[in-house]
Unconditional design. Structure first.
Length: 235
């Protein structure tokens, strides 16, 4: 299998970095006795996230402005926001985070800690290769909880495979088809950055993500940073 960031993505975001962590042989089953560990991890992430939302006017914080500007550069569904904005919004509102499943909890804690968008997909559910690029329009997409198809828009930046969209508007919303579940054994985790300053945080975030996964699952994942000069990797 190949992961490819297509040329049309780099045309929009030439300074971007897409950091990828491949992890295989996981046991992602939920053990409720471990909930205190994951709740603590999420609470610590939320506390670290406060450093990125110091301006009382939430939308004026640098991270929010950067991602809103990024989303203005391609076609999006009305109201679509980066996943990191959604997480930081919860922190700004004083809302708690609760465990979902081990892998998701770990990447959400890292996303919060470094204010970078993180996402993950079940490798075994990806059909053919995984691509990041512009949608032709009409790519099938069933988001979590949906009862009908919500296909991608023409020119929207999406992750996709041979079956359709995997995640729409960069890391805004993911498909049920490939989402991480308790049954996930092999996963691909992605952290996005669209400028050099974010890329530095993303690299640190990826190292922490790798360490947390190794400590909890006993599995050491492999990190690759994709860029304009290094746009693909073979799995």
């Amino acid at each position: 299998m190949k992961v490819t960031v297509e040329h049309e993505f780099w045309q929009v975001f030439p300074e971007a970095q897409i950091s990828v962590l491949m992890v295989k042989g996981l046991d992602n089953q939920v053990d409720e006795s471990k909930d205190p560990y994951f709740k603590s991890l999420l609470d610590k992430g939320a506390k670290r996230a406060e450093d990125f939302i110091s301006d009382e006017n939430f939308t004026q914080n640098e991270v929010i402005q950067e991602w809103r500007q990024a989303f203005s550069q391609f076609k999006t569904k009305k109201g679509a926001r980066s996943s990191i904005e959604a997480l930081l919004k919860r922190v700004s509102q004083g809302r708690e985070f609760h465990p979902i499943n081990p892998l998701v909890d770990i990447y959400n804690s890292v996303s919060l800690s470094y204010a970078v968008p993180c996402g993950g997909e079940d490798l075994d559910k990806i059909v053919g290769g995984l691509h990041l690029g512009k949608a032709k329009g009409g790519e099938a997409f069933f988001p979590l909880g949906a009862e009908s198809d919500a296909p991608a828009l023409p020119e929207e930046i999406i992750y996709y495979d041979e079956e359709g969209a995997v995640c729409r508007c960069l890391n805004w919303r993911e498909a049920q088809r490939t989402m991480l579940t308790e049954e996930t054994k092999d996963a691909i985790l992605v952290i996005e950055a669209i400028n050099e300053k974010q890329a530095v945080r993303a690299q640190a975030a990826m190292r922490e993500l790798q360490t947390l996964i190794e400590d909890y699952f006993g599995v050491k994942g492999e990190i690759t940073h994709l860029s304009l000069d290094n746009p693909s990797l073979e799995i």
